[in-house]
Design a binder for this molecule. Structure first.
Ligand code: HEM
Length: 90
């Protein structure tokens, strides 16, 4: 359920930028995914996908391939939901 999801703030997301051994997290329409396991499988290449690491990738995604159903593809990689800094768990 929604209560078991990690509440991820933009500053937490920014930390998971995929550099220096850190995981690459990205948010898409309010949902946060660990992209690391998917990186080698992205048909557009790992480098393109990494451009969205540590941030919201919705705009980049929609510019390139709005028809792709990422929710089907990344279901198992979902780690949480994006919340504002104020909504972080105390
Ligand atoms: C191609 C998935 C994020 C750039 C593709 C394709 C899929 C895919 C399935 C093949 C599409 C097709 O042939 O119709 C995903 C998923 C993403 C993601 C699941 C994250 C949820 C991104 C992002 C970028 C990007 C953030 C850009 C910064 C590209 C490019 C191609 C591509 C350039 C190649 C298009 C071409 O061959 O003409 N991606 N993508 N993707 N993707 Fe992504």
């Amino acid at each position: 359920g929604v209560d078991s999801l990690v509440r991820v703030t933009p500053s937490m997301l920014k930390e998971k930028n995929g550099r220096k051994g850190k995981p690459a997290w990205s948010s898409y329409q309010g949902k946060v995914y660990n992209m690391t396991p998917y990186l080698p499988f992205h048909p557009g290449g790992e480098g393109e996908l990494r451009r969205a690491a540590g941030k919201d990738g919705t705009k980049l995604f929609m510019e390139v391939h709005p028809w792709v159903n990422w929710e089907n593809m990344l279901g198992d990689c979902m780690v949480g939901i994006l919340v504002s800094e104020e909504q972080a768990v105390p």
